[in-house]
Design a protein around this ligand. Structure first.
Ligand SMILES: C[S@@+](CC[C@H](N)C(=O)[O-])C[C@H]1O[C@@H](n2cnc3c(N)ncnc32)[C@H](O)[C@@H]1O
Length: 349
């Protein structure tokens, strides 16, 4: 197993005239410039779900399968999946509907920096257990690069600068997919609502759509004002139908035994009730975190009207088509206890 040596000196021929850094640092488009939708992603996000999904895929399709990673953003998720499904028999295709995300994917430069979800990937960071494993997989497919300033992008401008300000020993590194396997990372423009139009003849072994359902259903539990404006123009009162239609399409696209993978974000599991939903299907939640437009902070609001049961769960379990085989933990607010949510669903009929 090849792991890049941490403190390697940069070979002279790799040192660019000017490397990335402030003040000319170009922070990433944290939201899609056109839709204002968040593009946040990081390597090996929600490792519990990833582990369960990869194990299912390997067990059910030992001879290989096609994996479709919808809502892949700039590709960190697709690269993570590909690194864990390291045999060429597994073809992983990343799809995203956002032009901003795809531009970043095309550039193919990724950052890892201190005190972030994936900072365990920094060469000098000590790791144990799963992180050890993920880190070794990461360095099998990625190599450190030293891009010119104009090519530096990161995932979250505000957080990045806040972190950088606070940590004296702040570190950041840039990575690209190793040229040897670059061809195996396939990222395309694609909208999951049109999934039945994509290569109609094929069935796939797994469909990922993590932390994105809220965008297509307008499930704005706690979005920013700008995003709320955007959601307001959407048909948010037919989430049940939108989700049922999506699940039907996913069901017909998957092989028997194939999996549908959701995110661990609460907005993939807890849905604002459609206005026409009968009271018997609604639950009122007290002390729900809400985005306060006056002080621009998430605060507690009460009386949020929610689907009693997640419409995704209802749609997946309809006719006994899917069963949950992988779980993760999530919370509505960091002050609240975590709850277990089903994130990996297997097609059983
Ligand atoms: C918050 S990011 C999540 C990225 C990644 N899945 C993760 O969990 O780290 C949501 C992504 O979903 C994409 N997206 C939203 N609706 C989509 C759709 N209908 N089809 C494909 N991608 C979509 C957005 O462009 C964005 O890149």
């Amino acid at each position: 197993m090849k792991i890049s040596a941490p403190n390697n000196k940069i070979p002279n021929n790799k040192i660019p005239a000017q490397t990335c850094g402030q003040p000319a640092f170009q922070g990433l488009l944290y939201v899609d410039t056109k839709t204002q939708m968040p593009l946040d992603s990081w390597f090996f996000r929600d490792s519990e779900t990833l582990k369960a999904a990869i194990s299912e895929i390997k067990t059910t399709f030992p001879a290989g399968a096609e994996i479709w990673d919808f809502a892949c953003s700039n590709g960190e998720e697709t690269i993570s999946i590909k690194s864990l499904l390291d045999s060429p028999q597994y073809k992983v295709i990343g799809y995203d509907s956002s032009i901003s995300a795809l531009q970043l994917a095309k550039k193919g430069i990724y950052t890892v920096f201190s005190n972030w979800y994936d900072s365990f990937l920094l060469p000098n960071t000590k790791t144990t257990g799963d992180e050890n494993f993920f880190k070794s997989k990461f360095y099998e497919v990625m190599e450190e690069v030293f891009p010119p300033e104009k090519d530096c992008r990161i995932n979250n401008k505000t957080d990045y600068f806040n972190i950088k300000k606070f940590y004296l020993d702040f570190q950041e590194k840039y990575f690209s997919v190793n040229p040897k396997i670059r061809k195996a990372i396939d990222i395309r423009k694609g909208d999951i609502t049109l999934i039945d139009n994509y290569r109609n003849q094929d069935k796939v072994g797994a469909i990922f759509f993590r932390n994105a359902l809220y965008q297509m259903t307008g499930n704005d539990l706690n979005e920013t004002i700008e995003q709320r404006k955007f959601f307001a123009s959407r048909p948010v009162d037919n989430k049940k139908e939108i989700i049922e239609e999506l699940v039907n399409k996913i069901h017909s696209k998957l092989e028997l035994g194939g999996i549908f993978v959701l995110g661990d974000h609460i907005k993939d599991h807890l849905f604002l009730a459609d206005r026409n939903l009968p009271d018997s299907e609604v639950i009122l939640l007290k002390n729900t975190p809400f985005f306060n437009i006056w002080n621009k902070k998430h605060v507690c609001a009460s009386g949020l009207r929610l689907f009693k049961e997640s419409p995704v769960k209802t749609a997946l379990e309809k006719y006994g088509r899917f069963i949950p085989v992988g779980f993760s933990k999530t919370e509505l607010d960091i002050a609240m206890p975590k709850i277990k949510v089903p994130t990996v669903w297997k097609k059983v009929r």
